[in-house]
Write a protein of this length. Structure first.
Length: 573
């Protein structure tokens, strides 16, 4: 892997610093990877704030669209990983005033979950918040029974139209309605010739033969909906245009705006060749092309390929597309004065560093030994989980869980409390903040619900632990709308919880109950290899994942096995 970076684990932090240095109209909340309009404080009570974001690796999205007339803030997660609720909440606090906040969210499970949790946090503080979800990827039209159509490059057009509406002084309900209508009016389809390489993984997310391309790809390194032979550019243009026109039932005489998006490594020569034929096809169908935007708008690292978006327009939508903006990545922007200065580094409103005491010479207590065992198992399994996730997802699971495990190890004093409830709560908050993506949110929900269940329980009451594990699984099911058989982490966690509770009720010993529960979790995880995915990014691949177990379920087995082994050691010591 050749990349102009320093350390792979620092790419997001250093990239955000670079954005601020390059663009004079931005300021940074570094603890949360949040970019803000430099004048956010001045305008927060004059207009609705717009916030978007997602995983890094899509640059210039989303930080490039922060500025007057577009976004008030952009929140960046780790590469291809949605930002945490805490980070989104920090952006809301920094930009949201009396007019309220609109969150523009791409339709990915992690993004919807984490932005949704942040919205609830903001509403609890009295900040009006609405959410608009963009699902412009017509490759997955009609798959709403699973994760649904993804949000991809068409999201940028929603940013522009909604940002102009906010700048006009529209209230929150109107801005949300305009954004929602725009999201419903845009359709996108993509083609990839190669995948990008996540810096921490070190190899492409998927590999194509020299004569293969992926049709209908996402932007997180996941493969497309089908793999086809490489043909002439005109043939592929016809395929994409046909899919978009059919999915959105575009009719002769309709007015449209077109966005041709470079996924990261495509030459302008190829973009121009593709665009020339695509526009000709649209005109031959009697569509009226009002605007054409070509360039690099939303990438997938250095993936080769492009996506094509069509937006229905009327006079109001055209006026808002043409409205001025200071966002640096929107085309035809005059450069602002740049340079990095300390007064453009913003402190997070709610950031409180964790204070650690010197505990290196203190032996771990029983609870810490169990927690450390789980953390070490996840770190040891990082490469294996990454490889599994690259096969069926975006390749970041191993890295994310290892990062979360390291964060818990570094805050070990937090788990010296005599109350297991407090220890689980601390772990849940740590993982929610550090891991990001849907995994961080799901583990946060799992551990916080278990902590609540154990709040008044006897730490030595195994029935209370069994009840807590069942309730924690129920929390994941409710938040993620997931069920057994959907091919998720729940397919390992729920068999564990059910078997543990059932074995105890049958009078089994602690060792028998725990060993039986781990075996059930292992069997559940292995069974996912034959399941069709119904949630998460694997759902975009359908039958192509058959034969490969779900990485989230395998990860659950990794730490469950470590926890049980350590717990049995504690009970017998």
């Amino acid at each position: 892997m050749k990349k102009l970076i320093n350390r792979p684990e620092n790419v997001v932090r250093e990239m955000m610093q670079g954005f601020v240095a390059m663009h004079g109209g931005l300021v940074l909340i570094p603890e949360h990877h949040v970019l803000l309009r430099a004048d956010a404080d001045e305008v927060r009570n004059r207009q609705v704030a717009l916030i978007s974001g997602g995983g890094s690796g899509h640059e210039p999205a989303h930080g490039g669209y922060v500025g007057a007339g577009m976004l008030s803030a952009a929140v960046a997660g780790e590469v291809f990983t949605s930002p945490t609720p805490d980070s989104v909440f920090a952006a809301i606090q920094a930009t949201g005033g009396e007019p309220g906040v609109l969150l523009i969210v791409k339709n990915y499970t992690g993004d919807r979950l984490n932005f949704g949790l942040a919205a609830e946090m903001a509403r609890a503080e009295g900040i009006p918040v609405e959410i608009v979800v963009v699902s412009d990827d017509v490759a997955l039209a009609g798959t709403q029974q699973y994760a649904g159509a993804r949000g991809i490059a068409g999201t940028v057009l929603v940013h522009k139209v909604a940002g102009a509406a906010a700048a006009e002084g529209k209230d929150l309900a109107d801005v949300a309605a305009i954004a929602r209508e725009t999201a419903n009016a845009v359709a996108t389809m993509g083609i990839a010739l190669s995948a990008g390489t996540v810096p921490t993984a070190g190899k492409p997310s998927f590999v194509l033969d020299e004569e293969e391309v992926e049709i209908g790809l996402g932007i997180h390194g996941e493969p497309g909906i089908r793999r086809v032979p490489l043909r002439a550019a005109d043939d592929h243009a016809e395929e994409l245009i046909q899919e978009i026109v059919a999915a959105h039932e575009l009719m002769e005489g309709e007015r449209i705006a077109v966005l041709v998006n470079n996924l990261g490594a495509t030459t302008m020569m190829e973009v121009a060749i593709f665009t020339r034929h695509a526009l000709g096809l649209l005109e031959s169908r009697g569509l009226v092309i009002e605007r054409v935007y070509t360039g690099t708008f939303m990438t997938s690292l250095e993936a080769a390929g492009l996506s094509f978006s069509i937006l229905r327009v009327d006079e109001d939508r055209l006026r808002r597309l043409d409205a001025p903006t200071s966002a640096p990545a929107w085309p035809n922007l005059a450069a602002a004065r740049a340079g990095l200065s300390q007064n453009r580094i913003r402190t997070s409103p709610q950031f409180t560093p964790v204070s650690h005491r010197d505990w290196a010479d203190q032996p771990p207590n029983q609870l810490q030994r169990i927690i450390l065992s789980a953390c070490r198992a996840l770190r040891d399994a990082e490469v294996r989980l990454t490889e599994l996730d690259q096969t069926v997802g975006d390749g970041d699971l191993g890295v994310n869980l290892a990062r979360g495990a390291t964060a818990i190890e570094e805050t070990l004093p937090l788990y010296q409390a005599h109350s297991p409830s407090e220890a689980l709560r601390a772990a849940g908050l740590t993982l929610q903040r550090v891991v990001g993506g849907s995994s961080g949110a799901f583990y946060g929900v799992f551990l916080l619900r278990a902590a609540t269940s154990l709040r008044t329980a006897d730490a030595n009451d195994l029935q209370a632990w069994a009840k807590a594990s069942l309730e924690a699984c129920d929390a994941i099911s409710r938040v993620g709308d997931a069920r057994p058989g959907d091919r998720t982490m729940l397919d390992a966690l729920l068999p564990f919880a059910n078997t543990f509770a059932g074995s105890l009720n049958e009078g089994c010993s602690t060792a028998e109950a725990l060993n039986a529960a781990v075996s059930a979790a292992e069997n559940g995880a292995e069974a996912t290899a034959s399941m069709l995915p119904k949630r998460g990014r694997s759902s975009y691949l359908g039958e192509r994942v058959i034969g490969h177990p779900d990485p989230g379920a395998i990860a659950a087995v990794v730490w469950l096995r470590a926890v049980v082994s350590a717990a049995l050691g504690v009970f017998h010591s």
